[in-house]
Design a binder for this molecule. Structure first.
Ligand code: ADP
Ligand code: MG
Ligand code: ZN
Length: 475
């Protein structure tokens, strides 16, 4: 019998803090642009740099975006909330305090339901608060440490969860769902590589069956799902090793080094009161009227789950396909607009999910798509050709038939032409014939692959198949 690993006796307990950069036109307390990637220190002013004598003015859109995030995550929205000063010095924070929310955040007490191994699990959301981002330190080998203040004052919401997650997989599923929601709300670009959606992971371990929480560590600013997953796995093991060796976990902030796949201690964790929070005297409390809240509720856009329901219930798509479609909002929008007009919804789903990867936009119009699906559905073209046509259509008004004509993409269905090509393929590849005759039926796929190669994907597969059977019998 194999020995049960000591690691299996433990479970990890995880809560996350997610920072979402809002894509409002201007910053949270001034009129500077929030656009990512400007030349260093060109998008900043005395207010966002916190020079003495300046006064912050709260951007209404930030409040609206935060409320939308709260509503989409089933939170209670506080009609009274307040901006607080969180005092600490850091070179990227020239005011030496960050304006955030402490005792009265904009949204509290929400949750998201996520599907873990086919079972719905409720992940509690403790709070959502509004705050400003800090600047960026750039550590340069030759010039020393440089500071770019462009990001100072870019609006953030911080979403804090309950310690309800138990594995890297659960955290990843939760974060993917949360990210999709904020992107669908239109309140952020969600671009993780630009820091627009980044995550602090709080993790403790305990023996399975134990109810009390262990001491947690916090890993800061993980900006990819892969880093989150790896960081959790490594930190869980590290904590178990410490405990098994008779040590104890120190509550601390750790930094994840993706290159080394290891985390190291950054600082022992301040308790909340070390920040000396107090209400920012420069800003009025945020007081909402019920009517304003109702209006925002009325304006809530469709969320990923709404899209899923429509695609599955109305158009009969399988959940796996629907999920792939909603992973990209541009694809999802296109699907909802167009799918009702095409004859074969499954072909449609397959084609757009195969053709569009990542966050690229779709750049195809409905009539182009309808004609393309018709050609595919009626067998006039195969899926390989459809994919080529799809790519060629993107960003143009050209219709599929036009493209197929001009690029000479029509499939080759002439038995005579195909027979000639097939003979040549089999002559130059005697191994295929040999293998097939020896009972290796797979040899036929090699033949079909070569037929496609010889014809740039245009050989009709069914006719090519019949020709193969005919020729091989004569050989
Ligand atoms: P801080 O500002 O100190 O980071 P917060 O209350 O904002 O504190 O965030 C604490 C985060 O840590 C929450 O996501 C919470 O769920 C999580 N957490 C708290 N205690 C534990 C624990 N023992 N194990 C794992 N996660 C924890
Ligand atoms: Mg924290
Ligand atoms: Zn500014």
């Amino acid at each position: 019998m194999s020995k049960i690993s000591i690691y299996d006796e433990y479970e990890s307990v995880i809560g996350v803090e997610v920072h979402v950069e809002l894509n409002t036109a201007s910053k949270i307390f001034c009129g500077c642009s929030t656009v990512f990637g400007g030349d260093p220190n060109t998008d900043c002013c005395p207010v966002c740099m916190g020079l003495p004598g300046t006064l912050p003015v709260l951007n209404d859109s930030v409040v609206e975006y935060a409320i939308k995030a709260g509503l989409a995550t089933n939170c209670d929205i506080n009609l009274y909330s307040q901006m607080d000063r969180k005092n600490y010095f850091y070179p990227d924070l020239p005011k030496a305090y960050q304006i955030s929310q402490n005792s009265d955040p904009i949204a509290v007490n929400g949750h998201l339901d996520v599907l873990i191994d086919g079972v719905v699990k409720k992940i509690g959301i403790t709070r959502i608060h509004m705050e400003e981002d800090a600047g960026k330190l750039i550590h340069d080998d030759t010039k020393g440490t440089l500071i770019d203040y462009n990001r100072c004052g870019v609006p953030l919401i911080e979403i804090v969860t309950e310690p309800d997650m138990r594995s890297a997989e659960e955290v990843k599923t939760f974060l993917q769902k949360l990210r999709a929601i904020v992107v669908y709300l239109g309140i952020t670009t969600g671009k993780m590589n630009e820091g627009a959606f980044r995550c602090d992971v709080n993790l403790s371990v305990r023996k399975k069956g134990v109810q009390t929480l262990g001491t947690r560590t916090e890993m800061k600013n993980l900006n990819s799902f892969a880093f989150v997953t790896k960081a959790i796995e490594v930190e869980m093991k590290r904590q178990i090793d410490v405990l098994e060796n008779g040590g104890s976990i120190i509550q601390e902030t750790r930094r994840w080094d993706p290159a080394k796949k290891a985390s190291y201690a950054m600082r022992s964790k301040e308790d909340a009161h070390d920040y000396r929070y107090f209400p920012d005297p420069d800003l009025m409390p945020v007081i909402l009227e019920q009517e304003e809240l109702e209006q925002i509720k009325d304006e809530m856009p469709m969320l990923p789950e709404d899209y899923m329901n429509i695609l599955m219930e109305k158009f009969g798509l399988k959940s796996t396909l629907a999920e792939q479609i909603i992973a990209n909002k541009s694809v999802a929008d296109f699907a909802i607009e167009t799918i009702g007009k095409v004859a074969n919804t499954e072909l449609f789903g397959n084609l757009i999910t195969n053709a569009v990867i990542d966050d690229t936009s779709i750049e195809i119009n409905a009539s182009q798509m309808i004609e393309l699906i018709d050609l595919l559905d009626s067998g006039k073209i195969n899926s390989g050709i459809a994919k080529k046509v799809f790519e060629a259509m993107r960003g143009t008004d050209e219709m599929p038939i036009q493209i197929i004509d001009s690029k000479d993409l029509w499939p080759i269905t002439s038995v005579e032409v195909l027979k000639q090509i097939a003979s040549k393929v089999l002559e130059t590849n005697p191994k295929i014939v040999e293998d097939f005759k020896a009972g290796k039926t797979k040899a036929k796929s090699a033949y079909l692959g070569l037929m496609m190669k010889e014809t740039s994907g245009k050989a009709d597969p069914n006719i090519s198949d019949e020709i193969f059977n005919e020729l091989i019998n004569k050989m």
